[in-house]
Every structure is written in structure tokens, then in C-alpha cells.
Design a protein around this ligand. Structure first.
Ligand code: KG4
Ligand code: ZN
Length: 336
């Protein structure tokens, strides 16, 4: 049987993304970012996101098909993110994809966004596969997932408050250095000393869980008091130090999960995995322990349609189909 061709649609947050994938080959992967629409609010505004998806989705789908050189009738199936995410935003891509599948008479597949992230490394890396421990960290989620086999997931830990990307975004906003905050802090930390200030690492007794709200409070308290006293360290040191606290937590808890499961590989997904310090630290630790490391390139780390198409192909091959009556689920939980 030839490799199935699937259209993947992703609108769970602030990125309208559509891709065409054949087997493990990305034929096209396009997106319309809404960063500018949200920047003036300093965060993602759900209503603004949903409207922007409506405006972008049709032309973007057309572009994805043209770039792929695929006629809609040549598709084997249409896949779209069902959740988790912003309900109004999810509904745009999900309804559009269901309507397209219905009109074309093709199967439809509703996909868990997190499962999409777990499939992303496969599109660049033929050696990638289970058993693997995956660190998923973005503006909306921070989780550690053990994938024992394709389609078999255990969420080992998650954040009990803010997501890692959210912590970067809130801290960058407090420091007045830009939105989105992750890239801003990543840049601001260049040349800084990560050991200049020792910010707290939370939840030492919970090996796989994260907490970042205490760090936020601690940075704010530190900056206010040192600003008053005129003893504030340079921005590069401050940025490198708070980045180190976040990176330390993410790396340590991922390694705990690797140890607990005996998995021989680590992978990652979500915008925070674009962080240079995090990538470097994961690289060092993987090398030291003889673990394989599968980090997607930045474009496949952040939300994209190709990862949804890839997970869609997996379910399509297993003969699964989603009913057109299926609705989005903004709090969908992987493995639940
Ligand atoms: O996966 P993503 O594009 O969207 C979702 O949130 O689902 O992730 C965006 C998040 C933002 O919080 C952003 O600040 C963070 O990823 N991010 C980074 C970096 N690039 C993006 N965080 C740290 N370092 C980066 N270089
Ligand atoms: Zn995501």
C-alpha cells in the first residue's frame, strides 16, 4: 500500500497551521502567526485568536495544497486538532476540517494536540521511536510523557500552576523586554552569568512535576528590592539566572523520568524547546548518559500542521475514524 496523504489542521492557540504529509514526508507546512495581533495585549487573547483563524484558514489550506502539489481529491484523510487548547480557536480549524472531509467524502480524524507534538520528531528523524521520554513545554503546557509504544502514552508529570513558556512570557513582560518572552529572555541572557542569582527550583519532592509561579514571585521580589537598593545585576545576568532556574527544572525532571522508565531516548516539543540553553543542557546530559536525543527543528517544535497530519496518518493506518459529530475538547488529556 502506498503511503497515505493527509491534510493536518492546527488552530489550538495563536498559530493557524496547515500541512500536507505523505507517510513521514512533509510535502508542505505553512502557518500564519498571530504574534503581532496579540503583542499589544502582552498575551494571547482567545477572541482575537479565533477571529484571526477564521480569516486565515481558507487561504492557508489552499496554499498548503498548492505547495504540496496535491489535489484535494488525492488526500486520503483530513486531520485536525481536537484539543487541548482555546475552545473558540479549536472550533475554527476543527469545523473547517470536518466540513472539508465531508465535502470531499474523505475520512476525518480528530487529533490530540499533545500527541501531535509526540509525532513531530518522526518527520525529520527516521531513528526516532518508542520507548522515549518526551518533554513538552510551551505557552500552554508543560508535561513529561512516556511513550512506551506508538499510541501508548503515560503522562508522568505536569505543571501544577504556570506552563514553562507562560513563566518566560510573564517574566519578560515584568522585565519589559518583549513578547513572546521566551525568545526575548533567550536573547537577553547572551553573555550573562547563569549563576549570578540563585532563584528557587520548585517541587524537589515531586520528581516529575513542575511549578513556576513561585519563581515568578521570587524574581519580582528580587528585582524590586535590588532596584530600590541600586544593586540590580545587569539584565544579561538576571535573564541568564532566571532562565537557568526554568531550564534546571525541565532538565532534572526529564532525567528523573528517563531513570524511572529505563527509556533510552529523550525527545521534546513545544516552543520552549527552541530555547538554546535548554537544548544545550539536554544535549550534554544525553551525551553523558548515552541516551539518544531527538529534538525537532524549531519549526516542528512549535505548533504546526505537520505534526497533526503525522499523528493522523498513524490513526488512519490503524483504520480509526472520527465521527463528524465529534466536538472539540479544550481540556482533552493524553492517555486519559
Ligand atoms: O508551542 P508554542 O509556539 O505555542 C503554544 O504555546 O502552544 O510555544 C510558545 C511558547 C511561548 O511561551 C514562548 O515564549 C516560548 O514558547 N518560547 C521560548 C523560546 N521560543 C519560544 N521559550 C524559551 N526560549 C525560547 N527560545
Ligand atoms: Zn503545542
Amino acid at each position: 500500500m502506498s503511503d497515505p496523504i493527509v491534510l493536518g489542521v492546527e488552530t489550538s492557540c495563536d498559530e493557524t497551521a496547515v500541512a500536507v504529509v505523505r507517510g513521514d514526508e512533509v510535502l508542505s507546512n505553512v502557518l500564519a502567526s498571530q504574534v503581532e495581533a496579540h503583542a499589544r495585549f502582552g498575551g494571547v487573547v482567545p477572541e482575537v485568536a479565533a477571529r484571526a483563524h477564521v480569516e486565515a484558514i481558507r487561504a492557508l489550506t489552499h496554499r498548503a495544497l498548492v505547495r504540496a502539489g496535491v489535489h484535494p481529491m488525492d488526500l486520503d484523510a483530513v486531520a485536525a486538532t481536537r484539543g487541548p487548547g482555546l475552545a473558540g480557536a479549536l472550533m475554527v480549524g476543527f469545523s473547517y476540517a470536518k466540513a472539508a472531509a465531508w465535502a470531499l467524502g474523505k475520512p476525518f480524524l480528530g487529533i490530540d494536540h499533545m500527541e501531535g507534538h509526540l509525532f513531530a520528531p518522526r518527520l525529520e528523524d527516521p531513528g526516532y521511536g518508542p520507548p522515549v521520554v518526551t518533554l513538552l513545554a510551551s505557552g500552554g503546557h508543560s508535561q513529561i510523557v512516556h511513550m512506551a509504544d506508538w499510541g501508548v502514552y503515560e503522562v508522568m508529570g505536569s505543571t501544577i500552576d504556570d506552563a514553562a513558556g507562560e513563566a518566560f512570557d510573564k517574566l519578560a513582560r515584568f522585565l519589559g523586554i518583549g513578547f513572546p518572552g521566551g525568545p526575548a529572555i533567550d536573547r537577553a541572557s547572551e553573555g550573562g552569568n547563569p549563576a549570578a542569582v540563585r532563584f528557587p527550583r520548585a517541587l524537589p519532592d515531586r520528581p516529575f512535576d513542575f511549578s513556576f509561579s513561585g519563581l515568578k514571585t521570587s524574581v519580582i521580589t528580587f528585582v524590586r528590592s535590588h532596584h530600590r537598593a541600586g544593586t540590580l545585576p545587569p539584565m544579561a545576568d538576571l535573564a541568564a539566572s532566571l532562565q537557568e532556574a526554568i531550564v534546571d527544572s525541565l532538565v532534572e525532571k526529564t532525567l528523573n523520568a528517563v531513570e524511572a522508565t529505563g527509556a533510552g531516548a529523550i525527545s521534546g516539543g513545544g516552543g520552549v524547546l527552541a530555547n538554546r540553553r535548554l537544548r544545550a543542557r539536554l544535549g550534554e546530559e544525553a551525551q553523558r548518559r548515552g541516551l539518544a536525543l531527538h529534538l525537532p527543528s524549531p519549526l516542528l517544535c512549535t505548533d504546526n500542521g505537520a505534526m497533526i497530519a503525522s499523528a493522523g496518518i498513524f490513526h488512519y493506518r490503524r483504520g480509526e475514524r472520527s465521527p463528524l459529530e465529534e466536538e472539540v475538547d479544550s481540556s482533552l488529556r493524553l492517555g486519559a
